[in-house]
Write a protein that binds this ligand. Structure first.
Ligand SMILES: Cc1cc2nc3c(=O)[nH]c(=O)nc-3n(C[C@H](O)[C@H](O)[C@H](O)COP(=O)(O)OP(=O)(O)OC[C@H]3O[C@@H](n4cnc5c(N)ncnc54)[C@H](O)[C@@H]3O)c2cc1C
Length: 450
């Protein structure tokens, strides 16, 4: 049995380590950062993520799903806030279906604890600088001293995130495809603190959105009653990070565009100027593997923008699929790694494209009357053809048996059908009548053939 070396003890690396350890592999993780469990690494701030069914399925296999679900906060739908502070609500799925707001740090710490309890060794302050793929050696710089170290490996996974060192070494090889694509918008985290006695000052069980066309803010609940808000905002232009220079600019902008949120954000101006502005990148690359001994996983293989809430979920699914392939091929890594790449690469590409498209839906379309009508008609079709027509969001978020690539393909078929329905004369008035239902029925007979 080969020894397994992982670069990066983030969300995906620590989960993969638990999976491999449970199979009896000796596992070492080398992590660039210090052990954040020993410090108040998040400065009291809680950064949260939406965990959904694909992620839960992978956690289930190592017995973590129930525990994580019990500390997460279910969000059953989107709560939209308009410029006047008026609210409208769209459920994400069927009754009881929810995505869960979980603490990024809390989940990562829990998985590192579990990995160590299983016997995984985590070496902190070890930044991988280069991987020699011919000699099978990883080179590191250790902590602040920048002392150099080299460690041989047998089977190596790069779970070292969007700026992966292993991927950097793949990139120096012949015939490695790579693309990186930054959005013109970045993001900044802000806070809505808890109300008196740890109460929630907005609806607790929803993901809140302030959609404003070229930008938006979202807020996810935390167990202590606070919400972590993220402003997705263009770097340049009339309303942008560049245009808000002073405290007056920021106060003026928020009062004009999101007055109901401002009333709940006493530290808005300090948060705005103290918290970093970060960029959003999509990375696609190929191949994800090298021979039978090295592979990329998680964001290292497919960094995507966060608008479908799927980056971590997709990385967890990588681990789940890899594990199924180990079941299939046993110890034969010369079969497992190519099968892993063949299976996951189309799905990584698909969710990257879906995530970009969802930015436009979230910031812009969710407030649009035609879009809301489309959604109403779509739920009607879903009721009429529950076996055939599963809404795209449901396929991506609540249907782990449907691959991302298949969800993307079916979503495109549905879009074409919806375009035809929406092009009918007076659709706003007659969308519920018998003639429209017959029209939809005729289109649906061709659904599978599209
Ligand atoms: C604003 C935002 C919101 C998001 N929201 C969601 C969401 O709601 N739902 C969701 O599913 N996903 C979300 N994501 C995506 C999610 O954060 C990532 O997909 C996920 O963190 C990927 O996990 P990972 O382990 O692959 O990488 P990371 O979490 O980035 O972990 C990589 C680890 O490797 C370490 N490392 C890096 N370089 C080196 C090196 N050279 N040597 C050694 N160690 C190294 C890092 O310190 C880190 O610990 C969001 C992302 C952003 C930016």
């Amino acid at each position: 049995m080969k020894n397994v070396t992982l670069l990066g003890a983030g969300l995906v690396g620590s989960l993969l380590a638990v999976y491999m350890r449970r199979r009896g592999y000796a596992v070492d993780i080398y992590e660039r950062r210090p052990d954040l469990r020993k410090a108040d690494a998040y400065g009291g701030r809680s950064i949260n993520l939406a965990l959904s069914d694909r992620g839960f399925r992978a956690l289930e296999k190592v017995g973590l799903a129930d525990e994580v679900r019990s500390v997460g906060i279910p969000m059953y739908g989107r709560m939209m806030h308009d410029e006047k502070g008026q609210l409208s609500y769209q459920a994400y799925g069927k009754e009881g279906q929810a995505i869960y707001s979980v603490s990024r740090g809390g989940l990562n710490f829990k998985m590192m604890d579990l990995a160590e309890n299983e016997g995984v060794r985590i070496h902190f302050n070890m930044r991988s600088t280069e991987v020699d793929l011919d000699e099978k050696i990883v080179h590191f710089e250790k902590g602040d001293t920048r002392q150099k170290m080299s460690v041989p490996y047998e089977l190596l996974f790069g779970s070292d995130g969007a700026f992966s060192a292993l991927r950097g070494s793949f990139q120096k090889r012949d015939r490695f495809d790579y693309s990186q694509d930054y959005l013109s918008a970045g993001y900044k985290e802000l806070t809505i603190p808890a109300g008196p006695g740890g109460t929630f000052r907005m609806e607790k069980n929803a993901l809140h959105i302030w959609p404003r066309g070229s930008y938006m803010m979202i807020a996810l609940p935390n167990p202590d009653g606070s919400f972590t808000c993220t402003l997705f905002f263009p770097f340049d232009g009339p309303d942008s990070f560049a245009s808000l220079k002073t405290r007056e600019d920021v106060a003026g902008f928020f009062n004009r565009t999101m007055p109901d949120a401002v009333a709940l954000m006493p530290t808005l101006l300090d948060d705005y100027f103290n918290n970093p502005t970060s960029s959003l990148v999509t990375v696609k690359c190929s191949p994800w593997i090298h021979e039978n001994h090295s592979a990329l996983i998680g964001d290292a293989a497919h960094a995507i923008v966060p608008f479908y809430g799927q980056g971590m979920n997709c990385g967890f699914e990588d681990v789940f699929v890899l594990d199924e392939l180990i079941n299939q091929y046993g110890e034969d890594w010369s079969q497992i790694l190519p099968a892993y790449q063949q299976s996951r690469k189309p799905d990584g590409d698909a969710i990257a494209d879906l995530a970009k498209a969802n930015f436009i839906e979230m910031r812009d379309k969710v407030a649009d009357a035609d879009f809301l009508l489309r959604k109403k008609i779509e739920s009607k079709i879903y009721q009429l053809y529950p076996e055939k027509w599963i809404p795209l969001y449901t396929m991506v978020t609540f249907s782990p048996d449907i691959r991302y690539a298949e969800a993307l393909r079916l979503g495109q078929v549905q879009d074409r059908i919806m375009d035809e329905v929406m092009a009918r004369p007076d659709i706003r008035l007659n969308w519920e009548d018998a003639a429209t239902t017959t029209f939809i029925h005729n289109l649906m007979t061709h659904y599978d053939k599209n």
